[in-house]
Design a protein around this ligand. Structure first.
Ligand code: AMP
Length: 255
């Protein structure tokens, strides 16, 4: 089974984002960038499908291809995935941050070229918080989709996916090929070991450009403005429960 894992290079989750003074977006100059955390989870799960960790039989997956659409530096993101255990990468260079529909259209072409049995990807990129590409890709391909996976079991030509939904879990069976998007509790991604980082340097990354895929990536949306969240007001300390109740009643007006 061949698994395709789309990975995005995004602002690192530990970095506090700063909005540009003209409110046109987030300032990315000299900011630490990393693989989108949900994509790391997707890479980890794909590697477990190869290795046979937890409930996966060894060899369930036999090849992992990672693909990223982004600037030249996204090669580092692909190398990280290769060091975790993916086999080869494809970088589709783009200097602009494409909208979800454009990303999905390019990924559709990659799927047609690579013919994977499973596309395993993040539920959401933490920069734009779109939560859209997986769903759009499945629709464009006419494939089943199972989003927000917290457990994946592949059996023959289908997969059982447990999904995190409001107040509980839902288990779905999808026939393969399918698109599965990962949620936070699917697994804990590994740190690449030094020998594997060295090995990853020899793995192949094919260099492409968005134009090679001949899809319409023209923007459909216009960002009007990006603003900082409102600053939190300072809290107050209360001496006792009676004081708290009085403040809730008289000042906050919630009782
Ligand atoms: P989004 O719908 O933008 O929140 O992204 C959902 C998922 O789509 C991400 O977790 C990635 O797996 C994939 N994705 C989004 N943008 C890209 C990109 N530029 N390159 C590769 N994969 C992407």
């Amino acid at each position: 089974m061949k698994v395709l894992v789309p990975v995005k290079r995004v602002i690192d989750y530990n970095v506090k984002a700063r909005v540009k003074p003209d409110q046109s977006g987030v300032d990315l100059a000299n900011v630490k960038m990393s693989m989108n955390p949900f994509d790391e989870i997707a890479v980890e799960e794909a590697v477990r499908l190869v290795e046979g960790k937890e409930h996966h039989a060894a060899g369930t997956a036999t090849e992992i291809v990672v693909v990223s659409i982004g600037p030249a530096q996204a090669q580092e993101t692909i190398r990280t995935a290769l060091a975790m255990g993916a086999d080869r990468g494809v970088l589709i260079q783009s200097d602009s941050d494409l909208e979800p529909l454009a990303v999905a259209k390019v990924l559709q072409k990659v799927v047609e070229e690579e013919q994977p049995n499973l596309v395993l990807m993040g539920k959401q990129a933490i920069d734009g918080d779109n939560n859209a590409v997986g769903q759009m890709l499945a629709a464009l391909l006419g494939w089943p989709q199972a989003t927000f996976a917290s457990k994946l079991v592949v059996a023959g030509d289908s997969a059982e996916v447990t999904r995190e939904i409001d107040g509980g879990l839902q288990t779905l069976k999808v026939s393969l090929p399918a698109v599965v998007t990962t949620d936070l509790r699917l697994n804990t991604p590994r740190y690449a070991s030094l020998p594997n980082i060295m090995k990853a340097k020899k793995k192949e990354i094919a260099m492409k450009a968005v134009a090679d895929y001949g899809v319409d990536t023209a923007p459909r949306l216009k960002v009007l403005k990006v603003t900082e969240p409102p600053k939190r007001q300072a809290g107050v300390k209360v001496d006792n429960a009676a004081d708290l109740v009085a403040k809730l009643r008289n000042e906050a007006g919630v009782l």
